[in-house]
Design a protein around this ligand. Structure first.
Ligand code: AR6
Length: 165
């Protein structure tokens, strides 16, 4: 596992994960950036997917991105942590890794899912991201490089701290 501060649309990995919404029809934040960088063909393919449940994931091509695949996963909207948010967020990481492995991806980059407009506290979300990736990678066949793509140095510091635990 590696932590970087970057615009996820610039990363040369096999798959980038998109913090989407259940419509899969685009939005702001990292979702908007991925759609802008990938081009209109991405939205056309997303329309055919007919949405995605929170905590699940669906895969498309990457079009004009350096990444071959985009894995779209709607994270939970954070209320108080007692409405299934941790399990749903863990599902985003687990299903994304499973889809990446099914498609033969050897590297994947995650943004800090749900920690933007969906309001998930950054430290809790990072803890779930790290523990879920560790658990799923332990049982998936083969090897995959996992990159946590932060958008701020503060988020990077949180990941570095939580990874030492
Ligand atoms: N590269 C990497 N990380 C980014 C980028 C980027 N280009 N842009 C933003 N981030 P958010 P959410 C970080 O709000 O909370 C959309 O409208 C950002 O700093 O993008 O899951 C969707 O359509 C934050 O750390 O996603 C949904 O409706 C993280 O990405 C909704 O937002 C996630 O912030 C999803 O909300």
């Amino acid at each position: 596992m590696e932590v970087v501060v970057a615009d996820i649309t610039t990363l040369e990995v096999d798959a980038v994960v998109n913090a989407a919404n259940t419509s899969l029809l685009g939005g702001g934040g990292v979702d908007g950036a991925i759609h802008r960088a990938a081009g209109p063909e991405l939205l056309a393919e997303c329309r055919r997917l007919k949405g995605c449940a929170t905590g699940d994931a669906k895969i498309t091509k990457g079009y004009r991105l350096p990444a071959k695949w985009v894995i779209h996963t709607p994270g939970p909207v954070y209320r108080d942590g007692k409405h299934g948010e941790p399990e749903l967020l863990a599902g985003c990481y687990r299903r994304s890794l499973e889809l990446a492995a099914e498609h033969g991806a050897e590297s994947i980059a995650f943004p800090c899912i749900s920690t933007g407009v969906y309001g998930y506290p950054a430290e809790e979300a990072a803890g779930i991201a790290i523990s879920t990736v560790r658990e799923v990678m332990g049982r998936l066949p083969g090897d995959m490089k996992v990159v946590f793509c932060c958008f701020s140095s503060r988020d990077r510091e949180i990941y570095e701290k939580m990874m030492k635990r």
